[in-house]
Design a protein around this ligand. Structure first.
Ligand SMILES: [Zn+2]
Length: 144
């Protein structure tokens, strides 16, 4: 069921559907922290890294599957000061942990290229399960 159909059922067709944008500075659709709603990336920033789809599931050394989305830019994150290359899912990139600046929840990683000339030089890989997509529509709307 679409957001419009839900709206018609709840409010009737004559009531115009108001689009509550929680982040007026991000008219484009955004990824926000699932816990506190802080905007952390634009959905338009999804990129393919090393030829892989933007949303890919990786397994960490503990055997836990992590579905992450790779993004060309991110914001409102607190990042660890040092990067590590051990167990990196992206060859040639050092990872560092990134947490939501709004509530401190761990959201994923920032990746920095360790070799000059690598493209992209920096990107973020954030855990899909920890994010919500914010878009015009009822606040309860969620596509994940
Ligand atoms: Zn948060």
């Amino acid at each position: 069921m679409t957001a419009e159909e839900k709206h018609v059922i709840k409010w009737g067709a004559k009531q115009p559907m108001i689009a509550p944008l929680r982040f007026p500075d991000l008219a484009a659709r955004a990824y926000v922290c699932r816990r506190c709603g802080t905007a952390v990336a634009r959905m338009a920033g999804e990129i393919s890294v090393l030829g892989r789809p933007a949303v890919t599931t990786y397994e960490n050394p503990a055997g836990i599957a992590c579905e992450i989305v790779t993004l060309a830019g991110a914001m409102h994150l607190e990042e660890a000061p040092e990067g590590m290359t051990e167990h990196s899912w992206f060859e040639g990139y050092a990872w560092r942990q990134a947490a939501c600046a709004g509530c401190g929840t761990f959201l994923g990683w920032r990746y920095d290229a360790v070799l000059p000339g690598a493209e992209p030089a920096v990107f973020h890989g954030l855990l899909v399960a920890m994010l919500r997509r914010a878009r015009p529509g009822p606040p309860a709307e969620s596509t994940s």
